[in-house]
Write a new protein. Structure first.
Length: 694
């Protein structure tokens, strides 16, 4: 039987989905198969956006159709049948799970005075402990509650749960005014006797995305950058007046409704958005369906504004009403909101205590999702400062937003501050906690030029060339790491591998005891994580270099919680083969044994003998490594690179890397096709490597 937690609220507008997101991630870090169940959906035919989002991030692999019980229609017309269906469908889906997050109904549009009691009864029917979510704001959402008000709601909710034979295990008060947070937690804990946490109100999380706003009025995008449609809309300004009266009313992050025949207001609004003296807007909606005159189109195109400008058919009043009624939702296409919600939960709630309250037995299986969770938790335990040189790439800024939201690392971003922060604002990202440094900073540039000249003077470097070289973002970022102004660097999303690692070779250089810089991929299979090296740097290593790679790879494995058992791979096992390639691996194996006698190692050994216990016992009986290897050292780059890609594509493994090793300080390279998730993982890896240097 799966462990369960029922997340429900006593009222609407509590932001319950934020808590569900955080709870889901906490469960994924503890057990292997985590499912999501929605007892009562709005409809069996329309999409449930929150459920779809949670299922996308779950690990049980169940379709949405298997994860719902009934809908409001059946619950109202045939309640007994609906309750029976819920229990039956839950019983079917929980067999495929180690833990199930059960998400209560959302009160939207069809809320009723008995809705909380219904959720309480379902929790009792499913024998699921309740994580009770309360709102720190009044039902209208416009006024904060004080400690006494929240505590009164908590006592009533607990009493109603008990009346339906359901039990709360903990309470989370969401959307709390920060100044009242401590008092609210103390009052609720005192009056209910339950573990209680408070999550502060976040304006961007409760704001709808511009994409949703435009959809609500059926608007068509005419001008602007489509990437900015995921910016949160913090307000609405109706610009049905002369321009001089519109300008003082513009609000930061607002959408401006402009009558489609008021070209003067449209142009003036866009110019104000571009000005440094007026708020930055989220977008403009031209209502009424009027076409934009060709001359006005030329003006807008000449301004070069990225501000989204859309057109709809409705009148001013209807347009404004529909926009203001647009709900915020943690849609699956909004990774920024997901990261924001997760970061709020992780900073505010003791997820470890919640897991202990549920008495979950942690799984020994290391899935890709669990490994990513471990990486993040390790990095968060001792945050390090990581440099990101490529601020012109939106993926880097989006990853930076997620990293800062979750407290994975402190960040220094290279670029002109006003440009970086303006683009982040356009993308709806909060980078307030990031340090932004210009690579043209005169003080640092002179300091780095002097230092780089000193380091490379013996290679014929001149002071003039040094000054030119360190203006490059990769060199400038590497100098920040070298000088101790940062702990590590991640680059490569917009540059070649050579561009990223050449400065590291020249400036940071190798760590004591290592003669070469090499790399590994962390290969997250369905049930374990393996280390593959070298798959990215050294084309044809010598025996001495292979030994270095093996020792460095074993150290990297330990850094990430993998007990190293090293397989020195070849096309033959043991003494069965001869030839220069086998001899090279045999010599490297002996070098490792002499330099690191405590390290379990086998070689030469074929891949099947290293990975499969039956084959290993047959080909190399008595070896503690054969059949149980965790670190695979390939004889050359051709073999390693092709093997990791074959395993990645054929076995569905998640390949994390390349992770550079052997450097005195951590510098890591990204694939130019890296996803935001890959960048976040690499930043976490770099932070963990930096922890080992502190």
């Amino acid at each position: 039987m799966a462990s369960t937690i029922y997340v429900t609220s006593a009222e609407g507008g509590s932001g319950k989905s934020t808590i569900a997101v955080g709870m889901l991630e906490a469960l994924k870090g503890t057990v292997e198969r985590v499912g999501v169940f929605r007892p009562v959906a709005r409809s069996q035919h329309e999409p449930d956006y929150v459920l779809e989002l949670l299922i996308e991030h779950s690990t049980a692999g169940l379709p949405a159709g298997d994860c719902t019980g009934t809908d409001y229609a059946e619950l109202h017309t045939a309640p007994d049948a609906a309750f029976a269906r819920i229990v039956d469908r839950f019983g079917q889906m929980e067999r495929s799970c180690d833990a199930v997050l059960i998400l209560g109904s959302d009160y939207t549009d069809v809320g009723s005075p008995t809705e909380f009691a219904t959720n309480a009864r379902i929790a009792a029917d499913l024998a699921a402990p309740v994580l009770l979510v309360l709102s720190g704001r009044t039902p209208a959402g416009d006024a904060p509650r004080d400690a006494a008000e929240v505590s009164a709601v908590a006592r009533l909710a607990i009493a109603e749960l008990h009346a339906e034979h359901a039990d709360a295990v903990a309470i989370v008060v969401n959307r709390v005014d920060s100044s009242a947070s401590a008092a609210i937690v103390e009052a609720v804990r005192r009056d209910t006797g339950l573990p209680t946490w408070a999550i502060p109100e976040d304006a961007d999380l409760t704001a709808p995305l511009l994409r949703s706003v435009l959809a609500s009025v059926g608007a068509e995008l005419l001008f602007g950058d489509p990437a900015l449609l995921d910016r949160p809309v913090r307000g609405t300004v109706v610009a049905a007046m002369t321009l001089e009266n519109v300008l003082p009313r513009l609000l930061e992050g607002s959408v401006v409704v402009v009558p489609g025949d008021r070209s003067d207001v449209l142009v003036g609004t866009v110019v104000a958005h571009l000005s440094q003296t007026f708020p930055a807007l989220a977008g403009v909606v031209l209502n009424g369906g009027f076409p934009v005159a060709p001359a006005i189109t030329r003006v807008l195109e000449g301004l070069g504004a990225t501000l989204p400008i859309a057109r709809c058919e409705t009148g001013t009043f209807d347009t404004a009403v529909r926009i203001m009624a647009t709900r915020s939702r943690l849609a699956a296409d909004s990774p920024q909101k997901y990261a924001t919600a997760l970061g709020l939960f992780e900073r505010s709630v003791d997820a470890g205590e919640l897991i202990r309250l549920l008495q979950l037995n942690p799984s020994t299986v290391m899935t890709p999702v669990r490994f990513e969770h471990v990486l993040v938790e390790r990095a968060r335990a001792q945050p390090k400062r990581i440099v990101l040189p490529e601020s012109e790439d939106d993926r880097i800024l989006q990853a930076a937003g997620a990293v800062l939201q979750r407290g994975i690392a402190e960040l220094t971003i290279l670029g002109e501050e006003h440009v970086v922060r303006a683009r982040a604002s356009e993308l709806g990202l909060d980078l307030a906690r990031a340090q932004v440094i210009s690579p043209r900073d005169p003080v640092l540039h002179e300091r780095f030029a002097d230092e780089y000249f000193r380091l490379r003077e013996h290679k014929g470097m001149t002071r003039e060339v040094a000054a030119e070289r360190v203006a490059d973002v990769a060199y400038f970022g590497t100098m920040l790491v070298h000088d101790g102004l940062a702990d590590g660097m991640v680059s490569g999303a917009a540059h070649t591998t050579a561009h990223t690692i050449r400065p590291a070779f020249e400036i940071v250089k190798t760590a004591p005891g290592f003669s070469v810089v090499s790399s590994v991929f962390l290969m997250a299979l369905s049930d374990r994580v393996l280390v593959y090296g070298d798959c990215a740097v050294i084309p044809d290593p010598t025996s001495e270099q292979l030994a270095d790679i093996a020792i460095a790879s074993a150290a990297t494995a330990r850094q990430f919680g993998i007990e190293p058992r090293v397989a020195m791979l070849s096309y033959s096992t043991g003494e069965s083969g001869t030839g220069s390639d086998v001899d090279k691996v045999r010599a490297a194996t002996e070098l490792v044994r002499s330099r690191a006698p405590e390290l379990p190692i086998a070689g030469p050994i074929q891949y099947d003998a290293a990975a499969d216990p039956a084959v290993g016992a047959s080909k190399m009986p008595g070896s503690e490594v054969a059949g149980h290897a965790t670190v695979f050292v390939f004889p050359d780059l051709n073999t390693g690179n092709n093997t990791y890609k074959a395993v990645q594509r054929s076995a569905g493994a998640v390949a994390i890397g390349p992770v550079l090793q052997g450097l005195a300080k951590p510098i890591n390279d990204l694939s130019r096709g890296a996803l935001v998730r890959d960048i976040v993982n690499t930043i976490a890896i770099t932070a963990i490597q930096a922890q080992a240097n502190s």
